[in-house]
Design a protein around this ligand. Structure first.
Ligand code: PPE
Length: 303
């Protein structure tokens, strides 16, 4: 990865290589961290962070679920992100705030103080420039998203990613670009680090919150943009068969942005290239995050 100059850690900026933790950090042993992924884009009015407050509010909700007391308010965290991006002088970057249970006591029940760090670095499209243009090949994973009675998957918590890691590695090792996980009932849930949409008869469908998804902020953005463009969008259970026969399918996420899917389990989706609805939404998303859409200005925090 490309290093930046500074990382914000527990209230102050330190050098990239100085942002360290103790080896007995609770989160390192048990995955007790919550985090966010945010992007800052170049606009005609300078760099702007997309939906900063929404991300920080989700961080706060994730922390609440794991009884982690954040030592900063949402406003303070937003300010810290702005400060970190500014200090690093990057026009475009990915922003990774993380709150984690630190060291002190050992054991699952330990309520060690929560530490917070914010790192930023340049990060291209998650599934590649080419993947974003031409579409990617995905497989249904043999791993299932943890059910809601095992883990609260609406929290963006470090430990939750172990199942995503297995799914992603399995997909890559079997020659695909990404994994799609089913939920505990056998319906489509989401990608290892993205939400999913399909298009049927020009209507958009995306799995509902009870399909063990992480309710993505990009997913929400796409639902708003699509509806404003006049599309119908439904949060509904999607079967594996519905995905196979979809006219179009695409993934959404802060890192992945809008990435078309051109093949699932060796079955071609639509014409095997990004479809018109996907392309339209991809362009609309790009214009929105780059500040070219006055109606969505409220989502941007200019530096
Ligand atoms: N589901 C999962 C499991 C997920 O990790 C993400 C984000 C999403 C859905 C989409 O959420 P949102 O970014 O709010 O639209 N995944 C992050 C990348 C994880 C990684 O480090 O790898 C991201 O896109 O920032």
């Amino acid at each position: 990865m490309k290093k930046a100059k500074y990382i914000w850690m527990d209230g102050k900026l330190v050098g990239w290589d100085e942002a360290k933790v103790h080896v007995l950090t609770h989160a390192l042993h048990y995955g007790s961290s919550v985090f966010e992924g945010i992007r800052c884009y170049e606009t005609s009015r300078g760099p702007a962070i997309f939906r900063l407050r929404d991300h920080m509010e989700r961080l706060e909700r994730s922390a609440k679920i794991y009884l982690m007391e954040l030592p900063y308010t949402v406003d303070e965290l937003c300010q810290a992100v702005v400060e970190t991006v500014r200090a690093n002088g990057l026009k475009e970057c990915y922003i990774r705030p993380i709150a984690f249970r630190g060291s002190g006591e050992m054991g699952l029940q330990a309520l060690n103080p929560v530490q917070v760090a914010i790192a930023v670095w340049p990060w291209g499209p998650y599934l590649g420039e080419e993947g974003q243009k031409k579409g990617i090949r995905v497989r249904i994973s043999s791993y299932v998203r943890p059910p809601p009675y095992s883990l609260p998957m609406n929290a963006k918590a470090g430990g939750h990613y172990l199942s995503s890691i297995l799914a992603k590695m399995e997909a890559l090792r079997s020659g695909y670009d990404e994994a799609i996980l089913l939920d505990h009932r056998g319906f489509i849930s989401e990608g290892s680090g993205e939400n999913i949409f399909i298009v049927r008869k020009g209507i958009l469908f995306t799995p509902p919150p009870w399909a063990s998804i992480l309710p993505g902020i990009t997913r929400d953005t796409i639902m708003v943009l699509a509806r404003d463009l006049g599309f119908k969008v439904y949060e509904e259970d999607i079967t594996r068969g519905m995905l196979y026969e979809a006219e179009e399918a695409f993934l959404t996420g802060t890192a992945a942005e809008v990435t078309p899917i051109r093949e699932v389990d060796g079955i071609t989706i639509g014409e095997g290239k990004p479809g018109p609805v996907t392309l339209k939404l991809q362009a609309e998303y790009k214009a929105t995050v780059r500040g070219e859409k006055p109606e969505y200005e409220g989502w941007l925090t200019y530096l």
